[in-house]
Design a protein around this ligand. Structure first.
Ligand SMILES: [Zn+2]
Length: 400
């Protein structure tokens, strides 16, 4: 396949030859060989495909009628609301997760990490449903699954055994939830989470909403444990709101501990919460990446599965306005996310994996600010979406 008249991120123009799922060659415009399929990009900007580093495929109501949001902001209030509402959603998980995946792909995302609820209420049902969807879209999108103890680890009877069963069933990582704020047992929860990670040889991704000095102490605890377990580069803390609400000295101390331990931070940058500052963390050597988190579910009626949108939300919240800063915001949804999630990097260069998204934009900075429609999405060199619509080759998941 030839993608003719492409604009590369460095501003140069090229005819891009795709073969064997890779970017095989870059030819001067008009000089590419004429064999095979040829798509004229008419100056469209060729970017690496996007990564959504944190979603909840089992929670989303995407594709189903919107359920009115139950009021209440605390984690406990949201869990209580979800306990009731999760059984009232009109469509099964497979249909909703499938609808969201098609939207993600149409928006240029071909790699995601999804947390999946594991508790006594749903058992492994949600995980099994999402695993069926993962299998159906395996050719089109990489999906990592985190066994997420949404109802706690030490306060939910039997949770450690359920989490172990989830790992045996096919989850890729162990999750956690506010060891202090939810379980009120930091040592108890983290002992179990790290022990499970060690037992299964898998990484960790912990939801940490706990703020202030409590949250900061938990971050340093997690960092120390990551080093002790030899898990540098394999532990993520999602949200880490504490990093957005502590003084400069404690911030520096905590960030340095995270950097030493190779613990990465995921931010969805909700406008309604204190959030980690990506530029300041990066300065101190911490890997930061982005995710949507809740997309139209019991936790939030917002979200659209568009990672260019997410990059813009993060950039605006943190006053990242210069082109260089907008490129950094874009990296949170591409290279930094690939690095944090352990995926091979994808640069639009010769030999690179042909997972690309094409947008009508002159530069990465323009793409973040304008959030233009996605003209074309390739997954390993095959057309996954065109003009914002998932390809017919992506088969719907049929629920028995
Ligand atoms: Zn989440």
């Amino acid at each position: 396949m030839i993608l003719a008249n492409a604009r590369l991120p460095d501003g140069k123009s090229a005819d891009v030859e795709i073969a064997g799922g890779l970017i095989a060659a870059l030819h001067p415009p008009g000089s590419a060989p004429h064999a095979g399929e040829r798509i004229d990009l008419a100056g469209g900007l060729l970017l690496p495909a996007l990564v959504d580093g944190h979603i909840h495929l089992d929670k989303t109501h995407w594709g189903a009628p919107r359920l009115p949001h139950v009021e209440g902001h605390s984690v406990r209030e949201r869990i209580a609301a979800e306990r009731v509402q999760r059984h009232r959603v009109a469509l099964p998980i497979e249909a909703r997760a499938s609808a969201l995946i098609r939207t993600l792909i149409a928006n240029g995302t071909t790699r995601v990490r999804s947390h999946v609820d594991i508790d006594n209420d749903v058992g492994l049902d949600n995980l099994e449903a999402v695993m069926r969807v993962r299998e159906a879209y395996r050719e089109w999108i990489d999906i990592q699954l985190v066994a997420f103890p949404q109802s706690g680890v030490t306060t939910e009877k039997g949770a450690p055994d359920l989490l172990a069963s989830a790992m045996t069933a096919g989850a890729d990582l162990i999750g956690g939830l506010d060891p202090a704020g939810f379980d009120n047992d930091v040592k108890g929860q983290l002992d179990i989470v790290f022990r499970l990670a060690e037992r299964f040889g898998k990484g960790i991704d912990i939801h940490l909403h706990d703020g202030g000095e409590t949250g900061a102490a938990e971050l340093r605890d997690i960092a120390e444990r990551a080093i002790a377990a030899g898990m540098q580069g394999r532990v993520v803390v999602s949200h880490a709101f504490a990093l957005g609400g502590i003084g400069a000295n404690l911030f520096a101390e905590t960030a340095d501990a995270l950097a030493r331990a190779g613990v990465a931070i995921m931010t969805s940058c909700p406008p309604s919460a204190p959030v980690p500052p990506p530029a300041k963390l990066r300065e101190r050597g911490v890997t930061v990446f982005a995710g949507s988190d809740n997309i139209r579910d019991c936790w939030s009626p917002y979200g659209n599965g568009d990672m260019l949108d997410r990059a813009a939300i993060i950039a605006e919240r943190h006053a990242l306005f210069a082109d260089r800063e907008l490129e950094d915001a874009f990296a949170l949804t591409t290279t930094e996310a690939d690095k944090a999630l352990g995926f091979p990097l994808r640069e639009p260069c010769v030999g690179g994996i042909a997972d690309v998204v094409v947008v009508p934009a002159a530069s990465i900075a323009d793409a973040v600010v304008d959030r233009p429609p996605r003209a074309l999405v390739l997954r390993a060199g095959r057309i996954a979406a065109e003009r914002g619509v998932a390809s017919a080759a992506l088969k719907e998941v049929v629920v028995a």
